[in-house]
Write a protein that binds this ligand. Structure first.
Ligand code: SAH
Length: 250
């Protein structure tokens, strides 16, 4: 079933008028479309403006401008798609807050405009973050342990015509060794520790960004760099992610 186009009610009539000359719209990654097509670019732009107060990477902001988040959420939630909130995606899981997605990818890029090699994501969910990563890397591999979400993420990404993002059904705690190493690894679910498999599959010079229960009391963002001198670990701000769980759910 196709999703409805972006709701007309979000746009005051004045905003829709043709009096103002329009800039050429940026290339946008479209998901499932009915073809009725009122575009969501203005509300998305407002979200990007808010994100830009905290996010310095123009590459991240441009990637998020290009991915239509409302295509990744259920039709009942499209009006909230450009609020900076996590939203339910079924199976007890959530699509992450846009500012958390932006912050983590900015950390992962570490000042680069693009990733120089393969990227691994743990926790595909609905595929939104994978789609943003897909704007910034040649190949993205994303693991999801819940089969229903694997199918959802694949459908959303296919509708976006993003052929460089592959969603794999499996336990992401084991990583995806088949095509390792990765220059960047990002997790959207937090466990008690960073699995060894991720560190093994991280390329020399690569960076990992993941939530983890750093001091057993508070989940925080962890950044690990693999350097010739060893692993360099930073514990950053507190965050709240769904739990990283082992095994698969078919
Ligand atoms: N990046 C997602 C957010 C998904 S929420 C998005 O943009 O929608 C985190 C996801 O991690 C959930 O879908 C959950 O099922 C998944 N997850 C948790 N533990 C996992 C594991 N061991 N392997 C793969 N996925 C896992």
């Amino acid at each position: 079933m196709s999703k409805p186009s972006f709701p007309v009610t979000l746009f005051p009539r004045a905003l829709l008028g043709t009096a103002m000359p329009r800039k050429a719209p940026p290339k946008v990654v479209r998901g499932v479309d009915t073809g009725v097509g009122l575009d969501s670019s203005r509300v998305r732009e407002r979200l990007i403006e808010k994100l830009a107060k905290e996010i310095n990477s123009t590459a991240v902001l441009e990637a998020m401008r290009r991915v239509e988040r409302h295509r990744f959420v259920d039709s009942a939630l499209v009006t909230q798609a450009y609020e900076d909130t996590a939203l339910p995606i079924g199976f007890g899981q959530t699509i992450s807050k846009p500012n958390v997605v932006a912050r983590m990818i900015e950390l992962l890029l570490n000042g680069q405009p693009r990733f120089s090699g393969k990227v691994l994501e743990i926790g595909s969910g609905c595929g939104y973050q994978a789609a943003v990563l897909g704007q910034l890397a040649r190949h993205v591999f994303s693991m999801e342990r819940i089969e229903g979400l694997v199918l959802k993420a694949r459908a959303n990404l296919k509708a976006c015509e993003l052929t460089n993002v592959q969603v794999k059904f499996g336990d992401g705690m084991l990583g995806f060794p088949d095509v390792a190493p990765y220059v960047a690894i990002i997790a959207a679910a937090g466990g008690e520790a960073i699995p060894h498999a991720w560190l093994d599959q991280l390329a020399m010079g690569g960076r990992l960004v993941a939530p983890s229960w750093a001091d057993n009391k508070q989940q925080a963002l962890i950044v690990i760099d693999k350097t010739p001198h060893g692993l360099m670990r930073q514990v950053l701000e507190p965050v709240q992610f769904v739990p990283l769980k082992s095994g698969i759910l078919a």
